[in-house]
Design a protein around this ligand. Structure first.
Ligand code: ASP
Length: 280
């Protein structure tokens, strides 16, 4: 049993040392809590649990603390993929909910598994999800100062459970200051993908991740026999050709972790019950 989580990018220039320490501590804490949860839950359930904790932490750009779009509103996207069933579910541009990943998880039981905008919000309300404003004052200040990518973020988790099942979950508040209607990579197979061989979650500029098909490509390469490290390296070499900005975490069926970023520094933490690996 193993898991790795990420919390998007950390910028040495725009974020303080205290923020860095706070992110390290939070990621370590969430990785540990999620690993405990994994003892009695499946990979899919644990990926959802870990991402919901990350959404609740306003240090990260997902759920509470999400970035604000150009029209002053927050729209969030999240997705879940089970490596076992190879089913994908997600919400795109949902407003006024606390945990988009929980709605993505609920959609896993439906025939229509990816919902957008008002339909996603209506589905949530019909399933008893209460209205919640994810806005925090810091994001409003960034918005008023028109800071794009104030907290380039997104959160994600990939997990291997005791039965060898894999899952990936990803959630985002988007790029910040984007046009209304813009679609993030986070609820697409470019940003979040899993099968029986590998699970990957991405962060970075959604347009680059979609152009590169990052998560789906890495997973496909591992499925076809490539080592996870080579699959990451090859896919990121292709990302470089388009000058892409992205980071990703991955785990294969044998429990090998890998993470890579095109630009320093993607924040992450992994835990296997004994060893922590946390970004520096
Ligand atoms: N990938 C996200 C998006 O483009 C943002 C991020 O990861 O920072 O919507």
């Amino acid at each position: 049993m193993k898991l790795i989580i990420h919390g998007g990018f950390f910028s040495e220039s725009s974020q303080t040392h205290n923020t860095k320490t706070a992110k390290q501590n939070s990621l370590k804490n969430i990785a540990q809590r999620s690993f405990e949860y994994l003892q009695n839950h499946t990979a899919e359930e644990t990926a959802v649990f870990a991402v919901s904790l990350l959404e609740d932490d306003e240090l990260f750009n997902a759920g509470k603390g999400s970035q604000i779009q150009r029209d002053g509103k927050i729209r969030m996207s999240a997705s879940l993929m089970s490596g076992e069933t190879q089913k994908f579910s997600g919400v795109i541009n949902i407003q006024q909910v606390k945990n988009p990943i929980l709605i993505a998880a609920s959609l896993m039981q439906e025939d229509d598994r990816v919902l957008g905008g008002e339909g996603a919000k209506k589905y949530a309300a019909d399933h008893g999800v209460e209205d919640f404003s994810p806005e925090i004052p810091q994001r409003r200040t960034e918005y008023e100062e028109k800071i794009k990518n104030g907290g380039l973020g997104t959160v994600g988790c990939v997990v291997l459970d005791s039965k060898g099942r894999l899952a990936a979950a990803t959630s985002t508040g988007g790029k910040g200051f984007e046009l209304v209607g813009r679609i993030s990579d986070s609820a697409t197979v470019a940003g979040n993908y899993a099968n029986k061989a590998c699970a990957v979650s991405c962060t970075g500029v959604g347009e680059d991740i979609v152009s590169n098909a990052t998560a789906a490509k890495i997973v496909t390469r591992v499925t076809d026999g490539m080592d996870i490290s080579r699959a990451f390296e090859k896919t990121f070499a292709e990302l470089k050709e388009i000058d892409g900005f992205a980071g990703a975490i991955g785990i294969d069926a044998a429990g090998n972790f890998y993470h890579k970023d095109s630009h320093p520094t993607m924040v992450f933490a992994s835990f296997d019950g004994q060893h922590f690996d946390v970004f520096e």
